[in-house]
Design a protein around this ligand. Structure first.
Ligand SMILES: NC(=O)c1ccc[n+]([C@@H]2O[C@H](COP(=O)([O-])OP(=O)(O)OC[C@H]3O[C@@H](n4cnc5c(N)ncnc54)[C@H](O)[C@@H]3O)[C@@H](O)[C@H]2O)c1
Length: 285
């Protein structure tokens, strides 16, 4: 709550001029509205070729759809220089993905976990030292309140929509740190950074209950960021020259920030990775 209140009264980051990205290709999940749309628009203005999912269909709540999307993407023979894992849902009442995972965990985290792993080969091939490919992951300040319960990742014992969303955003951070360590251990030219966009007035809040929705509207108009403002740190992470070769950061307002203590727990990162591989049946990861 402290972090969210701080963010409400904190000015948003102004994007510096970024270098043109001619010849580069990006995928932005959830690129059709909200911050994903603004990220895509800006990357296109930098002359990047941007694939937004819907023009190439991807349902992150279905691991079959994730696998089909990657197959279709690979069949195009395109390189991939930037992957922005932006799509997400929040505060949804208890529901399951196609494969039966809790929806926040399955869509926000596990779908992106599989997507990223299946695209790693293309990302590695498309980068080189001094010109690394980049993975940018949208987390959130709500991760500070998140708990990761490896024994009950699917929230079967006690479901809370807030808890499920916070857990999924914490899982994304644990994943990003562990992935960067694995890539660096092999000298692969890919960086991974995670972004907190601040509080942004988008359709993400559509699942708030009726009275909270009414109370939020005027408040959000005054204090929340616009989607373009919220998108700025992710755009910066995708294209800034000063972030070349730099990874494992949690960025807020264009600057490195500390994420929660638990997100740096390497044992937990490794256990979540192993469990996630088992859940998506990714034997070679
Ligand atoms: N808005 C905020 O205050 C805020 C704060 C912190 C983090 N975030 C994060 O930023 C990201 C973008 O959210 P936003 O605020 O722009 O919300 P939004 O609701 O406008 O956008 C979410 C996007 O995700 C896509 N999506 C939803 N379900 C999908 C599925 N099954 N498969 C593929 N795509 C799917 C939607 O089509 C949409 O394009 C989310 O990950 C969110 O958790 C938002």
């Amino acid at each position: 709550v402290k972090v969210l209140i701080y963010q409400l009264f904190n000015e948003s980051f102004t994007l510096p001029d970024l270098p043109k990205q001619n010849g580069k290709v990006a995928i932005v999940t959830g690129g059709t509205r909200g911050m994903g749309y603004e990220i895509s628009r800006h990357l296109v203005s930098l002359r990047m070729h941007v694939v937004i999912v819907e023009f190439m269909y991807l349902d992150l709540a279905s691991l079959t759809s994730v696998r089909q999307f990657v197959q279709r993407y690979k069949a195009k023979g395109l390189p991939l220089h930037v992957l922005i894992n932006n799509a997400g849902i929040m505060l949804v009442s208890e529901r399951r993905t196609e494969e039966g995972f809790e929806l926040h965990f399955g869509l926000n985290y596990l779908g992106h976990f599989l997507l990223t792993n299946l695209l790693l080969g293309v990302l590695k091939k498309s980068g080189k030292p001094g010109k690394c490919s980049r993975i940018v992951i949208m987390s959130s300040a709500t991760h500070y309140g998140g708990r990761l319960s490896l024994e009950d990742l699917q929230g079967r014992k006690c479901y809370s929509a807030h808890g499920a969303y916070a857990q999924s955003k914490l899982a994304l951070l644990l994943f990003s740190y562990h992935l960067q360590d694995k890539l660096w251990a092999k000298g692969d030219p890919v960086t991974v950074n995670t972004v907190d966009p601040g509080m942004v007035d988008t359709a993400l809040y559509d699942n708030l209950c009726g009275p909270a929705q009414l109370a939020k509207r005027p408040f959000a108009k005054l204090l929340f960021r616009t989607p373009a403002e919220g998108a700025s740190t992710a755009i910066y992470a995708a294209a800034a020259s000063e972030l070349e070769g730099i990874g494992r950061l949690y960025l807020y307002n264009g600057r490195k920030t500390e994420s929660s203590a638990i997100s740096y727990d390497e044992q937990l990162q490794a256990r979540l990775w192993k469990e996630s591989c088992a859940l998506v049946v990714l034997l070679k990861a």
